[in-house]
Design a protein around this ligand. Structure first.
Ligand code: GDG
Length: 468
């Protein structure tokens, strides 16, 4: 079996006690790396200031070598904060209004990808399979090919891929699309993202859809497909059952005694629809006064990318809105919204999911959304809660037992909250069983196996006709 080389912007390092880092994706990839032997390479998260970064720092754990590189301050500013998070992230989440183009940032993005390729290439053996993750590293394969690497290289995009009309507003859309064609397999979260990709090739006249997932573009034949990511369903369900006894979860249970609890869990990000969701909760309470003092909404929102101005602004808006609703509707003995603006342990999170009558997952746009899947997996099979899910999350294409909402429609979301709270136990069980069965049969290990299986079987690339 060939060695596997995973490349991602950040690398989930194993905990000091040797156990794998938490989180389904990390666990699944670490298992695949452990089985085949391999390397996980990425940015250390550290900056070397304005000096050229030193050598890669390497850590060996079993069969896996973790290889981390620092970046300079300029690299972090232009590649990470600049192009990746202020151009690609908003564009892929359909937010043309938030994209900030700058030549410096675009150049920095391609430069850092070249730098990654130069650091990675000396470690690669001819039979290695390379799996690149996410929007930070789209041009990596092209850079590796430029250096003469002939290895199988796959790419998986964790976030949505927008329709052509949106993508073409980005000044370097051609270079980005050319970058994708240098992979042997390009994986998206959903069919819809895949159709957007194929639609762009067709519309811009730069590629042919050959059928069976094969595409011909920029002189290369490659495969593209939808590979909806899953979670470690069975493991997470057991974990949540145990976590229900965690002291913090017990304390929370006592503190909401006699009330229903609704939970929302999101990185603080404008794509997650937190502001619209708080509005929907307020509307629900004002149009269903009988529920006042009967429901507590817990919003867990760890800070994210706080150094990017849009995120700093969001943080202020969410805090203000939660405070305003609490001030307007809360009473001396009831706080409608409990807002936690930091990360909580995975253990407590799993227990809280299980405690909540409703999981409120209403992103304006999301590649998949693992919180929706974790909420379902964490439920007590005898008394499962209800998932209220945005139709614009990739997960909505699979979780048919959810109450689907349009998060822009505040009243519609408020009505779904009311419907969820009033739902009979029988209907809750039926909806939950349907979703749980799907999640058990489509977990993250299968996702990993499917992607790697298809990458190995991807067609031999045709010799390149054009030069980059
Ligand atoms: C990207 C795509 C796609 C959240 N708060 C805490 C915490 N979390 C964990 C959740 C979940 C993960 O973070 C978030 O995953 P999501 O999928 O919801 O969202 P993104 O971070 O935007 O991920 C997304 C995903 O990649 C995978 O492909 O689904 O569409 O945007 O696992 O549980 N974990 C802990 N404390 C917290 O406070 N421990």
């Amino acid at each position: 079996m060939s060695r596997l080389v995973v490349v991602s912007n950040r690398v989930p390092m194993p905990a000091k006690d040797g156990s794998a880092a938490a989180g389904g994706l990390a666990v699944a990839l670490q298992a695949a790396l452990q089985e085949r032997g391999g390397i996980w390479m990425g940015w250390s998260g550290e900056s070397s200031g304005d000096r050229e970064p030193g050598p890669l720092s390497q850590l060996q754990k079993g069969n896996i070598t973790y290889a981390l590189t620092d970046l300079t301050d300029t690299d972090v500013e232009e590649y990470y904060r600049g192009f990746a998070n202020r151009v690609l992230w908003p564009i892929c989440h359909y937010r043309l209004d938030l994209a900030e183009y700058g030549r410096k940032e675009m150049a920095g993005y391609f430069r850092v990808n070249r730098f990654f390729a130069h650091r990675l290439a000396p470690m690669i053996e001819p039979d290695d399979i390379i799996w690149v993750h996410d929007y930070h590293l789209i041009p990596l394969a092209a850079e590796l090919r430029q250096m003469g690497l002939k290895n199988r290289i796959g790419f998986f995009l964790h976030i949505p891929w927008p329709p052509a009309d949106i993508l073409v507003t980005m000044p370097v859309h051609e270079e980005i699309m050319r970058g994708l064609s240098h992979y042997d397999l390009v994986g998206f979260q959903t069919d819809y993202d895949l159709q957007n990709f194929a639609g762009y090739l067709r519309r811009e006249g730069i590629g042919d859809d050959l059928g069976n997932g094969l595409f011909d573009s920029h002189g290369r034949i490659f495969k593209a497909g939808a590979y909806p990511i899953g979670i470690e369903t069975a493991g997470f369900a057991e974990f949540a059952e145990r976590a229900a006894n965690h002291i913090m979860v017990q304390k929370t249970r006592r503190s909401v005694e006699g009330r229903d609890m609704i939970i929302g869990v999101d990185r603080l990000d404008y794509s997650k629809g937190i502001i619209q969701r708080l509005e929907a909760f307020e509307t629900f309470l004002t149009s269903n006064p009988a529920y006042q003092n009967k429901v507590t909404y817990l919003q867990v929102t760890p800070k994210s990318r706080s150094e990017v101005p849009e995120y700093e602004h969001m943080q202020k808006m969410v805090a203000e809105q939660a405070g305003r609703v609490n001030g307007a509707i809360g009473t001396v003995d009831w706080v409608p919204i409990r807002y936690v603006n930091r990360s909580i342990s995975r253990n407590v999170l799993a227990g809280l999911y299980r405690l909540a009558t409703i999981g409120l997952v209403t992103p304006l746009r999301d590649g998949m959304n693992l919180v929706a899947k974790e909420y379902v997996a964490a439920q007590d099979p005898d008394r499962p809660g209800v998932l209220v899910l945005s139709r614009f999350a990739g997960a909505a294409r699979e979780l048919k037992g959810a109450l689907l909402v349009n998060p822009y429609d505040v009243e519609g979301t408020a009505n779904a909250i009311a419907k969820g709270l009033a739902m009979s136990l029988e209907e809750r069980r039926n909806r939950w069983s349907m979703m749980m069965e799907h999640l058990l049969t489509h977990d993250v290990s299968l996702w990993c196996e499917n992607f790697l299986g298809d990458l190995v079987l991807a067609p031999e690339p045709r010799l390149e006709r054009d030069s980059r």
